[in-house]
Write a new protein. Structure first.
Lengths: 234, 234
DNA sequence: GTAAAATTAGACGCCATTGTCTAAAACGTC
DNA sequence: GACGTTTTAGACAATGGCGTCTAATTTTAC
């Protein structure tokens, strides 16, 4: 019943750094093994081996397998959310050269949030263990894809107000933007592969091209409603 | 080493029907348990219980766990492929009322091929065990999504030749059609839920609406190139 | 250098599961 | 009703993983 962590408050940097390194090493290894083998198929021994750590050390830091699993998921979710937030902040806010800017944004989104290590991990784990840990992945649902959709929705709304896009339903447009961006990568995403930069670029270009054919405004249309441009920029 | 199945050639209908019923019962139960628990997490005892069958009966029909798993995947894949073929044969071939017809087709596709029992099973299992059984799911990749894309590509090509659509790259358009159709259902698909008929209808309508904004031809365009219509129909 | 804390290797009990085996029961055919 | 086949329940050994414990070793703080 004694709390092994309480002495830590008296520790200075070095021990904490050493402990922290072990913890991260374990979390990384566990993420790797859980992702490949699933919760049931993953063995603590294998995780310990991958982490270059004794099995007992794992039990010291995380009481049992399930605790470790929860910690891994939360860790990956935090990283993924931070990355998503970071990428969302690069959404283009100018209307000029929209096709190129949206394409570059789609590349960033796919590369850093959807096709990267953490994205693959979360997608796979949500499918594999989602029903077994509803509360855990509910927060992923709301903070991951949920946040992505609502944020994108607002950002598209801003562009539409500037007269750069003609969108009736921003939520639908946001979901469709993401869906189009993944259209050419679906197979790779499902199989867990990693697209090359060329594939990412091409997929994003196809997606944005179609998206703008559906929601873009012609130069003539923009010229016909200059007031919308002035209203925002003024 | 003795082959338990050889006496079966002498059997008359009833026994075979009984055996076949057992086999199907086992396959269904195993699909259910494998899907929920994954390969490692599924236990033969649970499968036997769900199938209302003795554990030994499973070992009589399928030598070991892995044999059973392979048989289950092949069984589901056959059903899914048949359904996909069936739905593909209902693709609209007329250009009139295209939006409604494409919407209805998208509903059929999502309802019967992607969001149904077999579709969910295959998607989940491909993600969970795809790396462990590459050859097994390679055929799924080619006959499932691969066939869907190439078939849709050809079907859109037919519509384009009739002048109903303006498509430059049929493969890209086919993938985007599927992606748009899933855009509003992504979350439910990932979580393993089943959309209601209203949700299916709305998702398909949104998808086709955007798809036709990008690839549809205006009445004016169609009128400007009546030759394409005449060339096919004549 | 010393003391405290963390880490390690290994053994251990426990439990679930796999796959085999056997004898009894149920089923279908004749 | 007799016979062959299939199915069943249960016991069984073997395996492997989880989680605990201990004693030795390393790391860190002071």
């Amino acid at each position: 019943m004694k709390d092994r962590m309480t002495p830590a408050v008296r520790m200075t940097g070095h021990t904490q750094r050493g402990q922290c390194a072990k913890r991260m090493s374990i979390l990384d290894a566990a993420a790797d093994v859980f992702c490949r083998q699933g919760f049931a198929g993953a063995s603590i021994d294998e995780i310990a081996a991958v982490a270059c750590v004794s099995r007992q050390t794992i039990y010291n830091h995380y009481r049992e397998k399930e605790t470790l699993f929860v910690a891994v998921v939360e860790d990956v979710m935090n990283r993924a959310n931070a990355m998503l937030f970071s990428v969302l902040s690069t959404f283009p806010d100018r209307a000029d050269n929209l096709e190129d800017e949206l394409t570059a944004f789609a590349v960033r989104l796919n590369k850093n949030c959807i096709c990267n290590h953490d994205g693959k991990f979360l997608r796979k784990l949500v499918q594999t263990e989602g029903e077994r840990y509803p509360h855990l992945f509910e927060s992923w649902r709301q903070q991951g894809p949920g946040k992505l959709t609502t944020a994108l929705s607002a950002l598209f709304g801003r562009l539409a107000h500037k007269g750069a896009l003609a969108i009736d339903d921003f939520d639908v447009a946001a979901r469709q933007f993401v869906a189009l961006g993944n259209a050419d990568l679906q197979m790779m995403i499902l199989l867990g592969g990693t697209p090359t930069d060329e594939e990412l670029e091409k997929a994003a270009r196809n997606a944005v091209h179609t998206f703008l054919k559906a929601y873009g405004r012609t130069e003539a249309e923009k010229a016909g409603h200059p007031a919308q441009l002035a209203a925002i920029s003024g």
